[in-house]
Design a protein. Structure first.
Lengths: 480, 361
């Protein structure tokens, strides 16, 4: 019975539904890849005409606040802050928000930079007691450390944001490192176009301790197998999906959340929300809603040439945990920001992007996990010749590998850091293996994230109420 | 009879197959996503760059540069010009480059100013702008007027490099052509026109209604360049202009540094637009206007953080009188926000005296 049942499943309706779903997802990805190539070409042409010199003329570069969230990062925090201070940018400040849950980072920073208690007035209201203390040093006037009393990323970032002075801000964690030119590449769209509200960078995994002085790793391809899979996934998410959605002006999720924001726009949108699993995705979607309402085109962008490096997750399980949280955050954010598809000033491209991202977020991991489980069942039951097995391998395996190869091609086009052809050959082989070794784990994690998002209706409702309240408050303050 | 060929071992055949697939893949990648520069021209770029650097240092004459340039492919020529133009002394570059403007590669670029594609026109404008090519001015003006926005901006930047006053007049008379550009970029563009451009801006500012971004940017340039002749019209603008114009004028008056503007700026501390109050306070700090101290102290109670911030730091910049006023606020003011700001500024002044880099203007 158990040997024949999977054949029936694969033949009657489960199999065809899974194959059609995966086929449509692959088709959507290929369309996105086409858009991504066009976007990369557009950015490359613009780069040739960019007037970078003017950006460096003393008072013309829009000043930037770098907000670093330190949470259990005592081992790296001092080195990361030291790496940020010599960035190639004319005007910036570094604000480190030490999470309430982090017991050791503050002490390390205090000793390394001989920090003293400092007085700074806050630009925004915070709950009483949110900031335990502020620390600075006369030797580094562009460094401020905020000791946050409560735990939580959104709380820490809101506290840092209240201390920030500059019109643009970038949030990053202590395990992310910027290349020397990244900030210029991110600020350039703000400098060139007054309608820009947020600009994202491409974040790739690397061994952060082995970065060169310019912030680029000596070996952009990690030596171990699992981080190489992670590198492929990051390129696919950032370049194929990110640039693809950017081409159609529908970028809702900026992969790995390294985003330079316009502070005023973020304030109008209500700042970071605690109740959402992925606060950055929610914030970007609210900015897109604002842009849609005000008829602003290309307000959220992704710059292929702006690259940052993040320490790869130490284990596959930890990486899967991150993907689970992100998936949950994306679905929760889409639900809270459903005005993107149903707003009064309907923007067609936002509607299409919303529906396809919602469907992909909910069903794609389900189809991948179910399909793979069915294939394993069929093979174990001795039906490895069943048409479903080969069609699934073609769609999931070959399709996935094709997308990874397209991402590698885009890497050469948009942000070339790989050494050709040596790195290409290594990664091309990984691209063939990845759909069967690495992707099942991340798909399962995403599926769990999607289920959790659907399950946590109360939390999402609370977030929606919180967002509505903050938007009302922002509109009221604007009106006043 | 030919000898029977030895069968190739399987592992070697597999390796050949993989090598062939790899070569095909590389070719496909090269055609889909070519490298920024075609292969083999890097050496040509370096040779021309070296020759240009020698000519700039006076170790070679322009003829030698022209000879080397004539033998390079267009991509190499423009690659070398791009690399040097932004990093060398502007005057020396302006003397050297006219010798290059008769080259075929430059003439071809002039022809591309009429290209159907806006991208091609913009690229041609950028390249010709790097050469200080005065002969191209008429063509560049056409590109600027024809648009779209990117081509207009690139041609305007090229014309700014050669200090073309007609182009500046056109930009000021056609504000809609630059309406969507960022303020910083417009300021950079106007600054590129140099001292002659600033004089023209100073002369023109009297006739403006000041609504568009380029006019606001022009006011900022007048402040940054400390153009004294513009002080009177800017004071009038600060009194009577629209909110955005008043903000720009208040900021620029601080840059110009004319103490005659102090009374108008003190008056502007009570403006109903908070941005004007903030910029007026900032400018009074730049003017080190002691008479403004009591009014600045009053602004420490403002409900807007930026106004309090600029008022506090302006008091810090004024000198002893300002510091005493801040001390008095800490001792006797009942407004918590004012006391916090005064304490912040006093601490910044103390740290500055200790030898740290200054935060107080």
């Amino acid at each position: 019975m158990w040997r024949e049942f999977p054949v029936e499943l694969a033949r009657v309706w489960v199999g065809p539904v899974l194959l059609i779903g995966l086929g449509l997802a692959l088709l959507a990805d290929l369309l996105l890849a086409a858009g991504a190539f066009l976007e990369a070409a557009r950015q490359r042409r613009r780069r040739r005409l960019a007037d970078r010199l003017s950006l460096f003329e003393s008072d013309l570069a829009p000043p930037v606040s770098l907000l670093v969230h330190a949470d259990d990062d005592a081992d790296v925090i001092v080195d990361r802050v030291r790496a940020l201070l010599p960035l190639a940018y004319p005007a910036f400040e570094v604000i480190v928000a030490v999470d309430g849950a982090d017991q050791f980072s503050m002490e390390r920073l205090r000793q390394a930079f001989t920090l003293r208690p400092a007085r700074r007035t806050l630009r925004a209201k915070l709950p009483k007691g949110r900031i335990a203390a502020l620390w600075a040093t006369p030797d580094l006037p562009n460094l401020l450390v905020v000791e946050v009393a409560d735990p939580g990323r959104a709380r820490a970032l809101n506290a840092a944001l209240a201390c920030a002075r500059h019109p643009l801000f970038l949030t990053l964690d202590a395990r992310t490192s910027l290349e020397r030119e990244t900030l210029v590449a991110l600020a350039l769209p703000f400098y060139e176009d007054s309608s820009v509200l947020a600009v994202g960078a491409v974040v790739r995994p690397a061994h952060i301790a082995a970065l060169r002085r310019d912030g680029v790793p000596d070996a952009p391809v990690p030596p171990r197998q699992y981080p190489r899979f992670e590198a492929l996934e990051a390129l696919r998410d950032s370049l194929v999906h990110g640039l693809g959605w950017a081409f159609s002006d529908s970028l809702f999720v900026l992969p790995d959340s390294l985003v330079l924001f316009d502070r005023t726009a973020v304030r109008s949108a209500g700042g970071y929300r605690n109740a959402v699993a992925w606060a950055d995705a929610d914030l970007v979607m609210r900015l897109q809603r604002w842009a849609g309402r005000h008829r602003r085109r290309l307000a959220v962008r992704l710059v292929g040439g702006a690259v940052a490096w993040r320490e790869a997750a130490p284990t596959l399980l930890e990486h899967a945990g991150r993907r689970r949280r992100e998936q949950r955050g994306v679905i929760e954010s889409l639900w809270i920001n459903r005005e993107l598809v149903m707003n009064t000033r309907f923007t067609f491209h936002h509607g299409v992007a919303f529906i396809s991202q919602a469907l992909a977020g909910l069903f794609r991991p389900l189809f991948e996990v179910l399909g793979l489980a069915l294939v394993i069942w069929l093979v174990v039951a001795g039906h490895y010749n069943a048409p479903f097995v080969w069609m699934f391998v073609a769609l999931h395996g070959a399709g996935g590998a094709l997308l990874s190869l397209l991402a590698l091609t885009l890497e050469r086009f948009a942000c070339r850091r790989l050494r050709w052809p040596r790195d290409l050959e290594t990664l091309a082989i990984d691209a063939l293996l990845e759909p069967f070794i690495f992707r099942p784990v991340t798909s399962a994690a995403r599926l769990i994230g999607a289920i959790q998002a659907v399950w946590s209706q109360g939390r999402v409702k609370k977030a929606a109420v919180e967002v509505k309240a903050s938007e009302d408050a922002a509109s009221a303050s604007r009106a006043a | 009879m030919s000898p029977k060929s030895q069968p190739v071992p399987l592992h070697l055949r597999a390796k050949q197959l993989i090598d062939r697939a790899g070569a095909l893949g590389r070719e496909a990648m090269e055609s889909i996503a070519p490298a920024e520069l075609p292969p083999g021209i890097e050496s040509q770029i370096e040779a021309l760059e070296k020759e240009l650097a020698r000519a700039l240092a006076g170790a070679a004459d322009a003829t030698a540069v022209v000879d080397v340039a004539a033998g390079t492919v267009p991509d190499a020529f423009w690659g070398a010009v791009e690399r040097l133009a932004e990093s060398v002394d502007r005057d020396a570059w302006a003397v050297l480059t006219p010798a290059l403007t008769d080259l075929d590669v430059v003439r071809r670029e002039r022809g591309r100013l009429r290209h159907l594609s806006a991208w091609a026109r913009a690229l041609a404008a950028r390249r010709l702008g790097l050469l200080h090519d005065v002969e191209s001015a008429a063509g560049l003006r056409r590109v600027m007027a024809r648009g779209p926005r990117l081509a207009t901006l690139t041609a305007a930047l090229a014309l700014a490099r050669i200090g073309d006053r007609d182009a500046l007049k056109w930009l000021l008379d056609h504000p809609q052509s630059t309406a969507k550009l960022g303020r910083h970029q417009l300021v950079a563009l106007l600054k590129r026109f140099g001292a002659a451009g600033v004089t023209l801006l100073g002369e023109s500012v009297r006739g403006w209604e000041v609504e568009s971004p380029i006019h606001l940017a022009a006011i900022e340039v007048l402040g940054v360049s400390a153009e004294g002749t513009a002080a009177d019209p800017l004071m009038r603008l600060l009194k009577e202009g629209r909110p955005e114009a008043r903000v720009a004028a208040a900021r620029a008056l601080g840059g110009i540094g004319n103490r005659a503007a102090a009374s108008v700026l003190i008056e502007a501390l009570d403006d109903y637009t908070w941005e004007v109050r903030a910029q007026a306070a900032r400018s009074l700090g730049k003017l080190k206007c002691v008479e403004a101290a009591p009014r600045l102290v009053a602004r420490l109670n403002d409900r807007i953080w930026w106004v309090r911030h600029h008022a506090g730091y302006a008091l810090g910049a004024i000198g002893l009188e300002g510091r005493l006023a801040l001390d008095a606020v800490v001792r006797s003011n009942s407004d918590r926000f004012a006391v916090d700001m005064a304490e912040e500024v006093l601490e910044a002044l103390k740290w500055e005296r200790e030898g740290g880099a200054g935060r107080v203007a």
